[in-house]
Design a protein around this ligand. Structure first.
Ligand SMILES: Nc1ncnc2c1ncn2[C@@H]1O[C@H](COP(=O)(O)OP(=O)(O)O[C@H]2O[C@H](CO)[C@@H](O)[C@H](O)[C@H]2O)[C@@H](O)[C@H]1O
Length: 510
């Protein structure tokens, strides 16, 4: 490979042989292949939804088999959350993207985290992507910086560690495989699509400012109907593309589910380069041990579960009731069918049920939910925002979770709910189709319409009236295994394919 000057310079010397007696965590385990897991959010520090939770769990599940490190932008909460952060290198500026420092630290359980320290780019109020005024206007620069840093970490910017394989997540990191190609760095890359609806589209005039070569702006490249698409660049250049369930992997190859990228995704599927791997949920989701709960409980301890329901009702100022408690724990966006759930709320209340909601998102849904709670203060409780303890108590206390998503790549909330004995009411789409068994662990319906949802809700009410059947379903739901082991194994196989067979031999020996 030709030498590529990336403008990146180490700022610290490798440790002397003497200091090596106290192993530098940056050295890692030299016997294991090195995976860089690049993500725009991670539950340890900051998350806006499911991707952050997966990024907090999957790298840890893979650590038995690989030397895995995370790369994340240095948002204020990341800098504050990593106590032992040290600066180890500096990335040079390129095009209009500013240079920045590369920090390294470890989480309390020893997971290595590379951090891009660039206050002008990342230390802002709001979410990782925007504030009350909308998306940040320089998100192309911010996430081009992240993507290119991932590529440069494969080229040796840290003198003690370089990635053998890049694992990228969503559009925010999806330019990395393209930078690998444009810079002539030969490394395998895996891109996971958590949600095809978010593609990172920018005006074609932005090409130059993030260092995209003009020749790449074509249909077989980064161009998407006249715009620059980060996600398409990743799908086009990555060695392998994954998404987060089998059903969604099929759906995105159809015109209905492909968000305009179905043609390219069909090609990848035909080449054997598109795979669905279902997400897991981590071990903290256990009603027997979860410290967030008002009362811990296990299957058959329905009194314990009810204690959580009573606590939720109290906290949301709702009336004491023996009717069913329905829940929404979600980003409040069109994808999640929030309008359908709001439409069904009046009949839930009319039939003696209650509804509790936590989440945030589109203003129109936040407002409609506040109105609903205003009309039914005794039977509808709404918290616009997100608090982990509240969310977990709601999963534990509710009888049914509403999740009538229009599409759902995987979905985590329905798995959390089942673990906590709350039966999900879901539309048969994407990962919901792969994780909820109709009439056994929850209720499914096909049509994304008020009629479809209300017929499933009717079945839930009937089941609530038959205690034996309700408890059988709760037991089935709580016994489903949604751990990360299966997914980790599938990623191992995939990495092994990307590396060649030697990794497969290592893994079998482990
Ligand atoms: N405002 C908020 N702030 C912080 N956390 C919040 C939040 N609102 C909800 N959450 C948490 O995030 C979880 C939602 O995860 P999901 O997987 O259901 O959806 P999301 O659409 O965000 O993720 C996308 O990525 C995941 C991961 O691959 C896929 O499962 C999913 O289908 C895809 O749409 C909730 O259970 C809750 O714990």
């Amino acid at each position: 490979m030709a030498y590529v000057d990336l403008g990146a310079r180490p700022v610290a010397e490798p440790p002397s042989p003497i200091s090596a007696f106290e192993p530098d965590p940056r050295l890692g385990n030299a016997l294991l292949p090195r995976i860089l897991y690049a993500t725009p959010e991670m539950a340890d520090f900051v998350k806006t939804g499911g991707l952050g939770e997966v990024a907090g769990a999957l790298p840890r599940a893979l650590r038995r088999h690989y030397d895995v490190r995370v790369l994340i932008p240095g948002y204020a909460r990341v800098l504050a959350g990593l106590e032992n952060l040290t600066m180890i290198a500096r990335f040079g500026a390129f095009a209009s993207v500013p240079g920045c420092e590369l920090g390294f630290g470890t989480t309390p359980d020893g997971l290595g985290v590379y951090v891009l320290v660039a206050p002008d780019l990342y230390e802002r109020d709001g979410t990782p992507y925007g504030d009350a005024r909308g998306d940040f206007g320089d998100n192309d620069l911010r996430f081009a910086r992240l993507s290119r840093a991932a590529a440069e970490l494969a080229a040796g910017v840290d003198p003690l560690w370089s990635a053998d394989l890049l694992h990228l997540n969503d559009w925010q990191t999806a330019l990395a495989p393209a930078y690998l190609s444009w810079l002539g760095i030969r490394r395998p890359s895996v891109l996971t699509i958590h949600n095809l609806a978010y593609q990172g589209l920018f005006h074609r005039d932005n090409l130059g400012r993030i260092g995209v070569p003009d020749y790449a702006f074509q249909m077989d490249g980064v161009e998407f109907y006249g715009q620059l698409s980060f996600l398409k660049a990743g799908i086009y250049h990555a060695s392998h593309v994954t998404t987060v369930s089998d059903t969604y992997a099929r759906e995105i190859t159809t015109p209905e589910g492909g968000c305009g990228l179905d043609g390219l995704l069909r090609t990848r599927a035909a080449q054997g380069r598109l795979t669905g791997i279902l997400n897991g949920i981590d071990e903290s989701w256990d009603p027997r041990t979860d410290p967030h709960l008002a009362t811990r409980f296990e299957p058959d301890d329905w009194k314990g579960k009810r204690a959580n329901a009573d606590e939720v009702r109290k906290q949301f100022g709702m009336a004491v009731s023996r009717g069913p408690l329905f829940a929404i724990v979600s980003r409040l966006v069109h994808q999640k069918g929030i309008d359908l759930s709001i439409g069904a709320a009046e009949s839930i209340v009319a039939e003696g049920g209650q509804l509790v909601v936590i989440g945030q998102g589109e203003g129109r849904f936040e407002e409609a939910l506040r109105d609903l709670a205003g009309r039914h203060p005794e039977n509808v409780g709404v918290h616009v925002g997100f608090r982990e303890t509240e969310a977990r108590r709601i999963f534990a206390g509710s009888d049914f979770l509403l999740m009538p998503s229009r599409f759902e790549p995987c979905g985590l909330a329905q798995m959390y709910a089942q673990r906590f004995g709350s039966l999900p009411i879901v539309r048969r789409t994407g990962g919901l189709n792969d994780t909820v068994e109709d009439g056994v662990t929850g209720f499914t319906f096909g049509e994304a319409s008020p009629k479809g949802l209300t017929s499933a809700i009717r079945r839930a009410f009937e089941t609530f009236g038959q205690k034996k059947r309700l408890n059988t379903m709760r037991r089935s739901a709580m016994s489903r295994s949604f751990g990360w082991d299966g997914a980790a194994l599938n990623y191992c196989n995939l990495y092994a394919r990307a590396f060649g067979n030697h990794t497969a031999r290592r893994w079998k020996a482990a």
